[in-house]
Write a protein that binds this ligand. Structure first.
Ligand code: PPS
Length: 287
């Protein structure tokens, strides 16, 4: 049975973190200028970007991706013992995943040169993906119904807080040299171009053959077959993939198969109220 803890008004899965750890991360964790962060609201493409960053890190060599579980390659900052291990690691460049909202993120990041790749996804698709994830994983409470989760999503009463606040918060970094904004929809539409752009942001340039190999290794089908990327290495007590696979559909627009017309209209209204003053066009704005 999942339980949540509350840190500064935001819920977190009790199994993932503690109030002491969250406080340590926010106030004491030391960022280094060469750190690279993969930051998302859950279900927005985190695992996909982990795979992309891993293979960019190895300059196209898939060995690391094929032999080490993704959570050991680019660990989640807010999970047990990770912060301590990262602090101890003095020799290697650190690649780190996080679902933290900007206002709860490590204070030492601001003012550093550490790089953030922030990935957002159509919130309606995030909600659908989350619905299946909440049913199959112990980190979320099993939703009573899609509608019950819909209401929690709208009010932000879910782990890692409100999608709207998360995206709005991180979008404040737009224009900064160390911030790269990416969307799940961009990755779907132009994976090759996205890989090239992310590589460039990280100061790397590859020839066509290397780019081809990177792209091949991060497709949905390749990742679904890779036990180091599909979470089948994780005990079924944490994720029961018989209920729903972690790499479920990997498409855009699945919300159309789940939202009623009334839910979609209400969502659009809330979205407009919460996001209208943001001067950014998202790929899902007209869908
Ligand atoms: S988590 O639990 O927050 O880390 O989840 P996250 O990785 O952010 O999101 C999981 C969704 O991303 C999809 N995914 C992909 N889609 C397309 N191509 C690739 N390579 C890929 N990798 C992960 C995954 O299938 C989940 O989306 P849904 O809609 O549930 O299929």
């Amino acid at each position: 049975m999942s339980e949540y803890i509350k840190y500064k008004g935001t819920l977190f899965p009790q199994l993932s973190t503690t109030l002491k750890d969250l406080n340590f991360l926010e106030n004491e964790f030391l960022i280094r200028d060469d750190d690279i962060f993969n930051i998302t609201y859950p279900k927005s493409g985190t695992t996909w970007v982990t795979e992309i960053l891993s293979i960019i890190h190895t300059n196209g060599d898939p060995t690391w991706c094929n032999t080490v579980p993704n959570w050991d390659r680019i660990p989640w900052l807010e999970s047990p013992d990770v912060a301590e291990k990262l602090q101890e690691n003095q020799s290697q460049q650190r690649l780190i995943t996080s679902h933290l909202a900007k206002h709860l993120f490590c204070k030492s990041f601001f003012g550093s040169k550490a790089k953030v790749i922030y990935t957002a996804r159509n919130p309606k698709d995030v909600l659908v993906s989350l619905y299946y994830f909440a049913k199959m994983s112990v980190f979320y409470e099993d939703p009573e119904s899609f509608d019950a989760l819909f209401k929690q999503f709208i009010t932000g009463k879910l782990p890692y807080g409100s999608w709207f606040d998360h995206v709005r918060g991180w979008m404040e970094m737009t224009g900064k040299d160390n911030f790269f904004f990416n969307t799940y929809e961009d990755l779907q539409r132009d994976l090759r171009g996205s890989v090239i752009r992310i590589s460039k942001f990280l100061g790397k340039s590859f020839d066509d053959a290397v780019i081809d190999s990177i792209v091949e290794n991060v497709t949905f089908n390749t990742m679904k077959k890779n036990n180091m990327a599909n979470f089948t290495m994780l005990s079924s007590t944490y994720m029961d993939q018989e209920k729903s696979p972690f790499l479920r559909k990997g498409v855009t627009g699945d919300w159309k198969n789940h939202f009623t017309v009334a839910q979609s209209e209400y969502f659009d209204q809330v979205y407009k109220e919460k996001m209208q003053d943001l001067c950014v066009k998202f790929p899902w704005d007209n869908n």
